[in-house]
Structure formats: C-alpha cells, structure tokens
Design a binder for this molecule. Structure first.
Ligand SMILES: Nc1ccn([C@@H]2O[C@H](COP(=O)(O)OP(=O)(O)OP(=O)(O)O)[C@@H](O)[C@H]2O)c(=O)n1
Ligand SMILES: C[C@](O)(CO)[C@H](O)COP(=O)(O)O
Length: 236
C-alpha cells in the first residue's frame, strides 16, 4: 500500500487587477459558468484529501471575496497580497510556513481549468522524487525571437526541450520561502522572477517538469474567458 501524501498548503495569488483583461472588475471575479473564476479555481483543490489549507493572497481593497460562501470554508484562509505577483506569493508562503506543513503548491487564481488529476500527479512526482516541480506543456509551435522593440523576426528559437510553465508550482516550503526572499532582496522579482520556479532555479534547486493538459490556460485577455468556459463545460 502506498503511503498517503503528506498534507500541503495551497497558495493562490489573487491580488491582481487584471489590466490585460480590459474588464470592469478584476478577472478573478468575472463569472464563469455560474461561479466566479476564483471559486472555480478553489473548487479544483478544496476536496483533495492532501490539501490542508488554501491561502488566498488578496488585494488590500478586495471587498468581494468575503461575500462568497467559499470564503467561510474551514480550509480557506486569506492574506494581503503585494505589488507584484511574487510579493503576493511570498505573503501566502509566510502564512503557510506557520502551519507546520512541509509542502506548498502555488496556483494562479486565473487558472480555473486545471485538472485535478494533473494536480495529483504533480504532487505524487514531487513527493516521490523529493523535488520541486511544475505543471507544464511542451511547446508545439515554431518559436521566434523578435528583434528588440520590433515585430520582425530576429531568429528562430529551437523548440526541443522548450516548455510553457504553468501552475500549480510545487515545492517544499522552506526552499521556496528562502528562494523568494533572496530574489526580493536582490531586487530581481520584478524582472527575472515571474514564477516560483524561476526563484528556485536561481537558487540552484531542481524543478521537475510534469506534463499538464493544455486546457490549463491562464485567463489573461478577453478571448481566454470564452475558451475557459468551453473547457469547464466539457468537464461537466
Ligand atoms: N500583485 C499581484 C499580481 C498578480 N497576482 C495574481 O497572480 C496571478 C497571475 O497574474 P496575472 O495573470 O498577471 O494577473 P494580473 O496581474 O491581475 O493581470 P494583468 O497583468 O493583466 O494586470 C493572478 O491570479 C493574479 O491575481 C497577485 O496575486 N498579485
Ligand atoms: C506563473 C505563471 O502563470 C507561469 O506561466 C506566469 O508566469 C504568470 O505571469 P503573469 O504575467 O503574472 O500572469
């Protein structure tokens, strides 16, 4: 019989303003198949047996989340996010580090189409290999690097071994907290560290690439909402 997976914390950065979405409200509060985006995302984690706590990093002026029934679920906690995504993540990690847990997953509130089976597989692989890891999708298209500040091709980027990094991104809490703090202190957060794996890589940590369904999109621009609706409807 395989050992049960250790309990973990899930940090969900949800303090963004969704500027690229061009919507009236922050994209995490847009309606998606009858629920808000953030509720759809939380629902992908809330029933998983190894999820101990779900920590939402919210904007200081967020007045919506507390009105949702999910906000009162015993697993759900909230912290105040920060200026950049990494600041919000670190705020959640600091709360998680007080919970006497070893592992954490960080998942964008804007990724409601993640599949539970992919979350479970990611965690199985990280625990089995005692390594950080991320859900990712191999690049399928030919990739071009543009000339600086232009829209003409500079060169083609070889796509062998090229992956799209998605979330959740999973790590032991101590390594991730150390990595994020050191990058914040080095002032790299705003440029080089756009995901947790970037910080871990800069701290010479191994990061597994675990194949994810390509439907695990991040709702970023207006067209993404319709695509997310189709993906969620096909899960019903
Ligand atoms: N200071 C920030 C910025 C982003 N996020 C969260 O990080 C996730 C991924 O970020 P992104 O898609 O860039 O969201 P926004 O920053 O809201 O989008 P935009 O860049 O278009 O404003 C989102 O769930 C967002 O709420 C956060 O918690 N804190
Ligand atoms: C973390 C992430 O979703 C991995 O692809 C991505 O880096 C977030 O980028 P954003 O510009 O903060 O949405």
């Amino acid at each position: 019989m395989t050992e049960p997976l250790p309990s973990l914390a899930v940090v969900i950065p949800a303090a963004g303003t969704g500027k690229r979405m061009l919507s009236e409200v922050p994209k995490q509060y847009l309606t998606l198949n009858g629920l808000t985006v953030i509720e759809q995302t939380i629902n992908k984690f809330i029933e998983l047996p190894f999820v101990h706590s779900i920590i939402l990093a919210l904007s200081a002026d967020d007045t919506v989340f507390s009105t949702l029934s999910i906000a009162h679920h015993p697993k759900v906690k909230t912290v105040i996010g920060g200026k950049e995504r990494a600041d919000s993540v670190l705020s959640g990690i600091r709360f998680a580090s007080e919970l006497d847990l070893s592992w954490v997953m960080v998942h964008d509130a804007a990724r409601p189409c993640v599949l539970e089976r992919d979350i479970i597989e990611l965690y199985h692989q990280c625990v089995a290999q005692q390594s950080a890891g991320i859900l990712a999708v191999r690049v399928k298209d030919t990739m071009k690097r543009a000339k600086p500040d232009s829209v003409s091709v500079d060169h083609t980027v070889p796509r062998t071994d090229l992956w799209h990094a998605l979330t959740p991104q999973c790590s032991d809490i101590k390594s991730l907290e150390t990595a994020l703090v050191s990058q914040l202190q080095d002032g790299l957060v705003n440029s080089a560290v756009t995901d947790e794996a970037s910080a871990l890589e800069l701290n010479n940590k191994r990061v597994l690439l675990v194949a994810s369904s390509a439907r695990n999109i991040k709702i970023t621009e207006p067209d993404d909402l319709e695509l997310a609706q189709l993906f969620l409807q096909s899960e019903e």
